[in-house]
Design a protein around this ligand. Sequence first.
Ligand code: PRT
Ligand code: ZN
Length: 211
Amino acid sequence: MKLKIAIQKSGRLYEDSIKLLKDCGIDVRNGMNKLKAEAENFPLEVFFLRDDDIPQYVADKVADIGIVGENVLYEKQKAVTVVEKLGFSKCRLAVGVGKDENYTGAQYLQGKTIATSYPVLVRKFLDDNNINAEIHEISGSVEIAPGIGLSDAIVDLVSSGSTLFMNGLKETETILKSEAVLVRNNELSEEKLAILSSLVFRMQAVKKAKN
Ligand code: PRT
Ligand code: ZN
């Protein structure tokens, strides 16, 4: 019996996900362009996927567990359980507006157009604040939308803030603080839960050693 874990194939989560497993004493060899790999010394099978697909795969039990950003997890709204916050890939989903704009709070967005790749989370933020605004969903380069007249504001992930700055925007309100989390399928067998708990035990030890 092996536990199946889904991690990002390549991108900002990949290195830290592999490193976390390695720090847990688990060696994963990922051949180029391979979809799957088996750990040598722990009952773990690793699937390499696009991060956006990980919540669905875990919800459907194609993978038992996965590592994904909270931003993706909460946007996708799949029924999975968060097991552990992992402390890497920290960023925030924030409202960006033109640098000379006077952002006084969510009310600023009333009647405006917002470009984002996170329509679900933005809609929730607008509803919570009783704001009527139009959401323009785009899949990438959200930060250029105001400059080309596509939107008045954006909601996007920010870490250093330099992308906003380079596009003449400034960061205002944070909608969600995000980091990588370990998620699991809601209905794992006792046997799989036992493997998971030994994995989580190791992850917690790694975390403690770092503090
Ligand atoms: O191919 P795949 O779909 O798997 O990857 P992806 O391109 O969708 O995601 P990827 O690898 O870019 O990011 C994976 C995860 O890393 C995200 O879902 C977040 O949880 C996390 N993360 C942390 C970030 C950032 N920081 C981040 N800064 N994801 C994206 N960004 C982008 C942001 O969208 C913006 O374009 O970086 C830019 C802003 O960065 P700063 O430093 O200029 O503010
Ligand atoms: Zn993605």
